[in-house]
Ligand binder design. Structure first.
Ligand SMILES: *Cc1c(COP(=O)(O)O)cnc(C)c1O
Length: 408
């Protein structure tokens, strides 16, 4: 389903906080203030004439919920309004049953047998598995370019003229590496490749990759977009309406990676407070990062907002704030375990972007299946702990961490 971020005639240039609340809302004819949840598989045509006018395109109507559903449409419109915020071109979005559904659709919508894709060296674990283990069976090869270094990327694209997709995540696990989106897009476009950005960590509130030249944005809406840990979901966003309607976006119905109406509804409710939540997430992250950075038991703190972060300048340029994901190096596995077992308020859990603080140990959790040499080479050491800073009071998060670090 195509949805545009275009404004209605009576709408002024509203702020992002306002768009998050109002964009895409259906205003149900029943008068319900909050959109009802459309839990239905099929839709009824009044008569044969109605089928005729739908078939000829004279009128639009929902027919079957795998193809489209009002709650899915409302969520795609809200998200398109945010990813397209302030841009002078329309943006479209489609919603998937998971972030991985959207990742798969973004790649399969642009690359086929005989094509190549170039990614950064460390990807979200399941994306990495898809690219390295699954796609080769369908004739799609891949290679890695560390941090999309411009010279290396230029060389790689020259050597692999069949590259259709340059795929990046920024900021990215585990060291919150930041990749220059405009530079990457410039080089990729000169070689006829399109750029996909996984914007899950930053969200459109902090970073709008389409404005920086990216062709497609994907999200795991499971994370900050929903924000409350209630749903697994994903989204594909693009300036190319045809790609959303007939290309990668259409794979939602061909692959069947369809989200339920209830999941879309829950995600839309969460998305309304995204700008507010991100402000609090980021200001808490600054307090926590500075506390951890100056703590004697913490060997290293990785957060793009710290001046010591190697890509702090790029992050300052392309992001409005630095996000709420950070990692700390505690030196060894034993110290990491003591820290994690010493926490009382924060939860030990994978996933991220919830209102509550989540802490996880990549080496034994999200990246446990990687060969140890491979993960250590990219910074996923036994002493590394990742923190998704929540929106509890920052003093309470600091207190929880302070007590846990005392046991290290
Ligand atoms: C979680 C996540 C995904 C996958 O999303 P799911 O909703 O779990 O399918 C992809 N990329 C990033 C950066 C993620 O954090």
């Amino acid at each position: 389903m195509v949805t545009m971020a275009g404004k209605k005639e009576n709408e002024w240039n509203r702020s992002m906080a306002t768009e998050a609340i109002h964009a895409g809302e259906m205003h149900d004819p029943s008068g319900a203030h909050i959109d009802p949840v459309h839990m239905t598989s099929t839709y009824v045509f009044e008569d044969v004439g109605a089928i005729g006018s739908w078939a000829s395109g004279e009128s639009e109507s929902d027919v079957y919920s795998r193809v489209g559903n009002p709650n899915r449409r409302a969520l795609s419109e809200k998200l398109a309004a945010l990813e397209g915020f302030g841009l002078d071109f329309p943006v479209s979005a489609e919603i998937f049953a998971s972030g991985m559904g959207a990742v798969t659709a973004s790649i399969m919508g642009m690359a086929g047998s005989g094509d190549h894709i170039v990614t950064q060296s460390v990807l979200y674990g399941t994306t990495n598995h898809l690219v390295r283990e699954v796609l080769p069976s369908y004739g799609i090869s891949s290679s890695k370019v560390t941090l999309m270094d411009p010279d290396l990327l230029e060389a790689e694209l020259t050597a692999k003229p069949n590259t259709k997709v340059v795929y990046i995540e920024t900021p990215a696990n585990p060291t919150m590496a930041v990749i220059d989106i405009s530079k990457t897009a410039q080089i990729a476009h000169a070689h006829g490749a399109r750029v996909v950005v996984d914007n899950t960590f930053a969200t459109p509130v902090l970073q709008r990759p389409l404005a920086l030249g990216a062709d497609v944005v994907i999200h795991s809406t499971t994370k900050f977009i929903n924000g409350h840990g209630t749903v697994i979901g994903g989204a594909l966003v693009s300036r190319d309406a045809d790609f959303i309607e007939n290309g990668g976006g259409a794979l939602v119905r061909y692959m069947g990676a369809v989200p339920s109406a209830l999941d879309c509804w829950l995600t839309s409710i969460g998305l309304k407070t995204l700008p507010l939540r991100m402000r609090e997430h980021c200001s808490n992250a600054r307090v926590i990062a500075e506390f951890l950075d100056s703590h004697p038991k913490v060997v290293e703190t990785y957060w793009p907002g710290l001046e010591s972060h190697p890509q702090h300048d790029i992050a300052s340029r392309q992001m409005d704030d630095f996000g709420a994901l950070l990692s700390i190096e505690l030196g060894d596995f034993d110290s990491a375990c003591r820290f994690m077992d010493g926490l009382s308020m924060s939860s030990l859990a994978v996933s991220l972007g919830n209102v509550d603080t989540l802490v996880q140990h990549p080496a034994s959790m999200t990246h446990r299946l990687w060969p140890p040499e491979d993960r250590i080479a990219v910074g996923i050491t036994d002493g590394l702990v990742r923190i998704s800073v929540g929106i509890e009071d920052s003093e309470d998060i600091v207190a929880d961490f302070e007590r846990a670090l005392a046991g290290v």
